[in-house]
Design a protein. Structure first.
Length: 563
């Protein structure tokens, strides 16, 4: 995929659409859809599909429907439905009045199934699941016909209607298409069209149905009923395309969408399987679907990722048919690029060490005018209080150090960010020898100035003790310590590769007072620390800030050393 500044992206799918439009195929219409199953939260892979489908509709003045594939009610619920709608909107896309459910078509789907039975192209099968697998054959061996395959049309109609009426138990009978048990494509070996599910309440249809259609039957017909022109899906459905076409070719419907496949997103240091993400949630290995370490859209949002950064990431990785593995650094780079330009700067001390400036007047406070962003005057300024007692970061002080250490040492000087030059005169320790306080002095003539002959190499951040906000800060990192945690080839359980360092909680941090006005989802650069956002939770009266990403790629060196 390629994108030029101010132009639409290009990729092989758009080239196909351009050719269709040139040939007036579909009467010049472009209609896509995003069809999630409401059995979990959307993840970053879904964001790629959302951006692709809605982006095509936008750029070709077409439409994109949001349609829930809700044919598996024992795994689905209304909470997932609402979460998915929230995520799509948050990403910046809208389906207008085109919100659909596959369950909207249950009656029509049933009628199409009757049509297939009447045409001798579907039958009710009595084989159980194990027998069905046995009869299906293998990639090297053809399957064999079910003993039920030669039932009469009348008998099949009668049994199918009784299946709908609830006369049979779960698994006792299914409806199958009659295609070719010797087909080299396993999907064409008399696939199941309907199965029985008792005892579930569907979030849209309630208890009306005990007979539910399968995805491969439902999806192409739903596309056709909605007038979709280009049914865009990921590569694992490529082998399903002949069945997609067979379904539409063998029922009386006047629309036949074109299925097009593209490679799914494989993002390093995480898992993209919804089943595995569900396991992480259900087993309490993360705190929920919106845990900031999860690759879900809700988790990324809570972590501090912006919708713009995710859209930019999707543009950068492009759309191809080639399977590939995308480095996590690309996603992290997208959010850094966004927040570097748009996030106001603030000072926060994450590992506090108290400093008393002994020659600063007791009881005095002055307010310093500070730019909110060093390269963006439009962001304006804020006032930062400065007083006799401040906090600095413990890592910014050493009693003695070599010349490479550019921060504060005993007897040395350092500039306080946006303030004065300060010298450390004395170190106070407790009975265990731990440093608990520094006694320092400042040069009152160095505010915003650099006197001749004064060479101060280091600049550190600080916060006024009297005005600081106490907060909890959560330092999030990659969820897994291995780039491909669920690689099936090595036979290792992906959960053993969870990164034990994926979360560090700092309970006693001090922030400048301007952060008292922060709102949930606000983003900031904590100077010299990284990019952070206010979390939706509190710990007592203390706000919680999440680290979105470090200022630089701290994994680059680790990855260079190998696993």
């Amino acid at each position: 995929m390629s994108t030029e500044e101010g132009s639409k992206p290009t990729n092989f799918i758009r080239h196909m659409i351009d050719e269709d439009l040139a040939n007036n195929k579909n009467n010049g219409r472009v209609a896509t859809r995003f069809p999630p199953e409401p059995n979990g939260y959307l993840h970053i892979g879904h964001a790629k599909s959302i951006a692709l489908n809605f982006g095509i509709a936008r750029d070709y003045q077409g439409t994109c429907n949001l349609r829930f594939d809700d044919t598996n009610p024992h795994k689905e619920n209304i909470d997932f439905v609402e979460a998915i709608q929230n995520d799509v909107r948050w990403l910046g896309f809208d389906w207008d009045d085109r919100l659909y459910y596959a369950s909207d078509y249950f009656e029509k789907l049933y009628d199409f199934a009757l049509e297939l039975i009447q045409a001798g192209k579907a039958y009710v099968c009595d084989l159980d699941a194990e027998q069905t697998r046995e009869y299906r054959g293998t990639l090297k061996q053809a399957g064999k016909n079910s003993p039920s395959r030669d039932r009469s049309v009348d008998e099949n109609l009668d049994l199918f209607q009784r299946m709908r009426a609830g006369e049979f138990k779960d698994g006792e009978r299914v409806l199958r298409a009659k295609i070719d048990m010797a087909s080299p494509n396993m999907n064409m070996r008399d696939p199941t069209l309907y199965r029985i599910r008792h005892g579930v309440v569907h979030h849209q249809t309630g208890a009306e149905w005990c007979l539910y259609p399968m995805y491969d039957f439902t999806h192409p017909i739903s596309d056709a009923l909605e007038g979709i022109t280009h049914s865009i899906c990921t590569l694992e459905f490529e082998d399903h395309r002949p069945l997609y076409d067979w379904m539409l070719d063998n029922i009386s419907i006047d629309c036949h969408p074109q299925q097009i496949e593209f490679s799914r997103l494989n993002l390093q240091y995480t898992v993209m399987s919804k089943r595995k993400l569900t396991e992480l949630v259900d087993e309490g290995l993360v705190e929920g679907w919106d845990d900031p370490r999860m690759p879900t859209i809700a988790g990324l949002r809570r972590r501090g990722y912006t919708a713009a950064s995710i859209r930019a990431f999707c543009d950068r990785i492009g759309v191809t048919r080639a399977d590939n593995s995308v480095e996590m650094a690309m996603l992290e780079s997208a959010i850094r690029d966004d927040l570097n330009v748009n996030a106001p700067r603030r000072m926060a001390v994450l590992h506090p060490l108290k400093v008393v400036i002994e020659n600063y007047p007791e009881g005095q406070t002055e307010e310093l005018d500070v730019d909110n962003h060093p390269q963006n005057e439009a962001m304006g300024q804020r006032k930062i209080p400065f007083g006799r007692e401040i906090y600095i970061d413990r890592d910014d002080f050493k009693e003695s150090a070599n010349k490479k250490f550019k921060r504060l040492v005993t007897g040395g000087e350092v500039r306080l960010r946006n303030a004065y030059v300060m010298r450390c005169d004395e170190v106070i320790k407790d009975e265990q020898g731990e440093i608990i306080e520094l006694r320092c002095s400042y040069d009152a003539d160095t505010l915003g100035a650099n006197p001749e002959g004064r060479k101060v190499k280091g600049v550190i951040h600080w916060v006024s003790v009297a005005h600081a906000i106490e907060a909890e800060v959560r330092l999030y990192d990659r969820l897994f310590s291995h780039p491909t945690p669920d690689d099936a080839k090595d036979g290792v359980d992906y959960k053993t590769r969870l990164n034990p360092e994926s979360l560090h909680t700092l309970s006693y941090c001090y922030l400048e007072p301007a952060l008292a006005d922060a709102s949930v989802d606000d983003h900031f650069q904590f100077e010299r620390e990284g990019y952070f956002c206010l979390d939706r939770t509190k710990v007592g009266d203390k706000p919680v800030f999440n680290r979105t990403v470090t200022l630089r790629d701290s994994w680059a060196k680790i990855e260079g050393q190998g696993d």
